[in-house]
Design a protein around this ligand. Structure first.
Ligand SMILES: Nc1ncnc2c1ncn2[C@@H]1O[C@H](COP(=O)(O)OP(=O)(O)OP(=O)(O)O)[C@@H](O)[C@H]1O
Length: 564
């Protein structure tokens, strides 16, 4: 097979260039197409035979396992398709889904002699000049590449990831065939996906080509590391750019235990609770703060380090979440906490799960049912697996669809929850996630978050005392949450120019309906008074005031009095 498949700049996925290439090599396309058709027709015939003989139910697990093996034998593109479909309960039936989730991309390793030759030619030097040691066999083999353990002459221990040979031509040919198949199938499929199937293939191809570009993975790792630069809990391996190319990635070796290796984690005296907490909190930070998230956090890609930190590896599949989506997500969570299902349905429209033309009135009660079932009597009973199963049922009733980006997020959340459950059977994701969100809202470090908090606290122009109480109560479920610094931030905000609106609204709220709302204030006070011991309170008050200049007061006080 010709390895010089043209793509734009010979790097990015370009469906037109690939199509031009194979138009002049139809025999290659036909050979591969026949192989794929041969494999799939055997599988489909078996499914049909089961149906005719009434054995579908009896054989369903066997067939699901055959599907996984079939995809594995068809190679990297199909394994990746299987992995992508494993996140789509809206498209794939449950028994197949359970099997696809198992696609661990465990392929036989390719020859190490060839891998060594690739490393040497990509990096432009003999192996012995680059590494003082390099393992003779790979330590891991995956669908797209394999990894060696080595040491640089300067002494640093490294992981060297080498791409499978001829990967790009193999992926290009399969993507070409898939695209061709998609254009034929599109008109016949009764899918209400609202998409042209070829666009889906193109999006998949673009992601896959990004994933096999190790220079891109290296930049992702650095961006991710930069987002966590102030974290003492998250570790990202250093990239050795001098020894990195399109097909070879050299990065710091991580000494630690994979999160799959729960026995070693326990034996080493590490606290699984702490690791879980870092995992969930850093996952939420990626989604709701950085908007740049690791889309493949399976337990093999996460390490517990002996010093208590958690390390991420494998930055080939990352995704970006726009500001508006981040905000809508926070909204959705807040609406959930407050059991406001009408608003939640609107959040789904904004996030793309429902199209704007849909009548959302019947959806709100259905959502209430789903969340009521999933949460049960107690918020702590919630888990993502139950909720996605409930949603899968809802998808038959209402035209829900899962935007590709959220399919990745949902998979990532379920995986993280699964990892946490393997470390602690009693784990409740919500016990960490809710306080994190409540804390973020209350501390409102950024203007967007402060705006969000205001949106939460006011409904139809009215101050929602109950919501503030809910938030404080939830935030306090986390032992690291301290009311005082938050109160200090709130106090500073209230006195600032930006807090003008809140000052006025608070005064209106306090005197609403021509009465002083002392009962609400009292119940808030009861909630936080334990934390507000006089000595600490004074410290904080001085701290807040010290940051505030005399001019600051002069600017604020008149408006305070004017507004009141
Ligand atoms: N920096 C590292 N330190 C220690 N081990 C590593 C490192 N990088 C990779 N590995 C090992 O190699 C394995 C495969 O690496 P990686 O996940 O980056 O490859 P991949 O081809 O993207 O695989 P997958 O698709 O399965 O995630 C990891 O599970 C881990 O065992």
């Amino acid at each position: 097979m010709n390895s010089q498949v043209p793509t734009s700049k010979n790097r990015n996925y370009d469906s037109q260039a690939i199509a031009r290439h194979y138009r002049y090599r139809p025999w290659q396309a036909w050979m591969r197409a026949l192989t794929v058709i041969w494999f799939f027709s055997g599988f489909i015939i078996n499914l049909k035979l089961d149906e005719w003989r009434g054995l579908s139910e009896q054989n369903k697990f066997k067939r699901a396992s055959e599907l996984r093996q079939l995809l594995t034998r068809l190679g990297p593109t199909f394994i990746k398709v299987g992995q992508a479909l494993s996140t789509r309960p809206d498209l794939i039936r449950q028994d197949f889904l359970n099997e696809l989730v198992k696609l661990q991309d465990q392929l036989p390793a390719f020859d190490s002699e060839l891998a060594y030759r690739i490393i040497s030619s990509e990096l432009g030097s003999p192996i012995s000049e680059i590494f003082s040691e390099l393992s003779p066999q790979p330590v891991a083999a995956a669908s797209l590449g394999q990894v060696y353990r080595g040491r640089l002459h300067s002494g640093e221990e490294v992981a060297v990831k080498v791409q499978r040979p001829n990967l790009r031509p193999i992926l290009s040919l399969d993507l070409y065939l898939m695209r061709w198949g998609a254009s034929w199938l599109s008109p016949w499929l009764p899918l209400n996906l609202g998409h042209d199937l070829t666009l889906i293939v193109d999006e998949f191809g673009t992601k896959l080509f990004e994933e096999i570009d190790y220079l891109n993975e290296a930049s992702n790792a650095e961006k991710f590391a930069d987002n966590f630069r102030n974290s003492s809990q998250v570790k990202v391996p250093v990239i050795y750019w001098r020894y990195t190319s399109y097909r070879v990635l050299t990065l710091e070796w991580i000494n630690g235990f994979k999160l799959t290796d729960t026995a070693s984690i326990r034996a080493s005296g590490l606290d699984p609770e702490e690791i879980i907490k870092i995992g969930v909190t850093s996952g939420l930070q990626q989604l709701l703060e950085h908007g740049f998230f690791h889309a493949d956090p399976h337990p093999g890609n996460l390490f517990a380090m002996p010093d208590g930190r958690m390390a991420y590896i494998d930055f080939g599949m990352m995704d970006q979440l726009e500001e508006s989506n981040k905000e809508s997500l926070v909204d959705a969570i807040v609406h959930l906490v407050n059991k406001e299902y009408d608003e939640l349905a609107e959040d789904y429209v904004r996030l793309g799960f429902l199209t704007p033309d849909i009548d959302i009135r019947p959806i709100a009660p259905a959502l209430e049912r789903v969340w009521g079932n999933a949460i049960g009597k107690n918020v702590g009973d919630f888990n993502f697996k139950t909720i996605t199963d409930e949603y899968s049922k809802l998808m038959y009733e209402f035209p829900f669809r899962v935007p590709a980006k959220f399919a990745l997020i949902i998979r990532s959340l379920i995986t993280q929850e699964g990892i946490a459950l393997s470390l602690n059977r009693e784990f409740k994701i919500i016990e960490i996630a809710y306080p994190y969100i409540a804390r973020r809202l209350l501390t409102g470090e950024s203007p967007e978050l402060r705006r969000r908090l205001l949106n939460v606290l006011f409904k139809d122009g009215k101050f929602q005392w109950q919501r503030l109480e809910n938030l404080i109560e939830i935030a306090r479920a986390d032992s690291s949450f301290d009311v005082l610094p938050t109160a200090q931030l709130g106090f500073q905000f209230l006195l600032s120019e930006e807090g003008k609106f809140l000052r006025r609204q608070l005064l209106i709220a306090l005197t609403e309906d021509d009465r002083l709302h002392t009962a609400e204030v009292e119940s808030l006070w009861n909630l936080i008074k334990e934390d507000l011991k006089p000595a600490r309170l004074l410290d904080v008050a001085f701290g807040a005031l010290a940051d505030f200049s005399r001019e600051g007061f002069a600017a604020v006080l008149p408006s305070f009095t004017a507004n009141s």
